[in-house]
Design a protein around this ligand. Structure first.
Ligand SMILES: [Zn+2]
Length: 437
């Protein structure tokens, strides 16, 4: 017996070369963020393809958003296909931006080479492979001619790697991720072909500045170094806060398990004059402008504090303020400022939510095994969909191995591309309300 669902799965199986080629094509558009290169080219590449398949295609530029300029427009694509009857909308959201290639590659970072049953290149895993799978899944559904109700949407959005404010954040503010337009969202981030990601830990980014008093660098005893004050603060972070965080465990299934505690990273530190790269010429003279000799009167650090569902944002910040106040009491001359850069609370979609249930059943059908449920150590665009779009029915599910994201020789397995496309298609059928009877 060849049921409609079996035919659909066969149709996707036959698109193995197509999903591979689409991943290659996407990887060859170097959408590196920062600065946000080639966003427009990539958005149009996706939009022109989907328009030919019957999608209504919209390009949305976040005019005037941070990072947006005529040379680097923050352009996103949103494509919508209407089914044959009223029903619910399933939206696949992928970010098109990738991080810089970095060093250590044996493959061409933007070449999209195929080897060992994999596609190699920056963004293959995070997350152009997932985008390609979702496109193939929706195209196969449309080509199947099944009377699918509701709507299918695919978006290619920008700046996820830098917070997503000009991407999903911008669209969410304008109703693109809210009912009644959209009911279910799947974000094909590389969480693994049999894993459903329900949400993420919380994040607080803050900047701390220590202050000192400027003086001549040859007589530092006449000044007060903000860098020395900062090092006292960082010493406390390392010896007091970080060990305390290691002891705070979450019940959420965060992967990798090392992230099932609270963490702190010192993202950056800057004190004193502007950094330069010094070298000496043959005479031994400096080749770059040399610094003027001053004691640093300001030092700034950006903290990246990831917190667990069992903590709250106010307490996370207060803990750091308390340490700074303690230094102010005990360390002569210590003074500081602190400011928020960004924060998001942890999110977790319930395990019995429709999108979770439909995806779990599709995984069992295609792979013959039960999915595992995980949470992400870092945030991704789900945060905007939940907070701004007020849409809870959202997960991350897609091909690729999370550990490879942002690494040299990043790749995605071709079998995973095909399997996840099948799973996305079956889940969509279910969520739009299609029935075989
Ligand atoms: Zn990603």
């Amino acid at each position: 017996m060849n049921t409609p669902v079996q035919k659909l799965l066969g149709r996707i199986e036959a698109k193995r070369d197509e999903v591979t080629a689409l991943t290659q094509d996407l990887v060859r558009i170097p959408t590196v963020n920062p600065q946000g290169d080639a966003y427009e080219a990539c958005a149009h590449f996706i939009g022109e393809r989907l328009a030919k398949k019957g999608f209504a295609v919209e390009y949305v530029r976040a005019l005037g958003a941070p990072g947006d300029s005529d040379s680097h427009p923050r352009t996103k694509v949103v494509a919508r296909w209407h089914g044959q009857a009223p029903g619910e909308c399933v939206h696949f959201n992928s970010h098109i931006d990738v991080v810089e290639a970095g060093s250590g590659w044996t493959y061409e970072p933007f070449g999209g080479q195929v080897a060992n049953g994999r596609v190699y290149g920056r963004g293959t895993c995070d997350m152009k492979g997932g985008l390609a799978s979702s496109i193939i899944a929706c195209e196969a559904l449309i080509e199947s001619g099944l009377p699918i109700p509701g709507a299918l949407e695919i978006s290619g959005t920008v700046d996820e790697e830098s917070g997503g404010f000009a991407g999903v954040g911008y669209l969410a503010e304008r109703g693109y991720f809210s009912k009644p337009r959209v009911h279910h969202v799947i974000i094909p981030e590389p969480l693994g072909v049999d894993r459903i990601c329900l949400g993420h830990r919380g994040v607080w980014w803050g900047e701390v500045e220590t202050r000192g008093r400027i003086a001549h660098g040859s007589m530092p005893f006449l000044g007060d170094s903000a860098i020395n004050h900062m090092s006292a603060f960082i010493h406390l972070l390392e010896t007091q806060l970080q060990p305390r965080l290691q002891g705070r465990h979450t019940a959420e299934p965060v992967e990798p398990p090392g992230a099932r505690v609270s963490t702190l990273n010192i993202n950056s530190i800057h004190g004193g004059q502007v950094e330069q790269h010094y070298a000496n010429d043959a005479r031994g003279w400096p080749t770059a402008q040399t610094p003027a000799p001053v004691v640093a009167h300001s030092c700034r650090t950006v903290l990246d504090r990831r917190f667990i569902a069992e903590e709250n944002l106010e307490a996370v910040k207060q803990e750091i303020i308390d340490m700074l106040d303690e230094l102010k009491r005990t360390r002569p001359g210590f003074d500081y400022g602190i400011r928020d850069i960004m924060s998001f609370v942890p999110t977790a979609t319930p395990k019995d939510a429709p999108v979770v249930d439909a995806t779990a059943r599709a995984i069992a059908r295609v792979l013959g095994r039960e999915p595992s449920y995980i949470a992400s150590p870092g945030t991704y665009d789900q945060k905007h969909i939940v907070r701004t779009g007020k849409l809870q029915d959202c997960i991350a599910y897609g091909p690729g191995i999370l550990d490879l994201a942002h690494q040299p020789d990043e790749y995605v397995g071709i079998q995973e591309l095909v399997d996840s496309a099948k799973i996305m298609a079956l889940a969509s059928l279910d969520l739009t309300g299609w029935t075989s009877s």
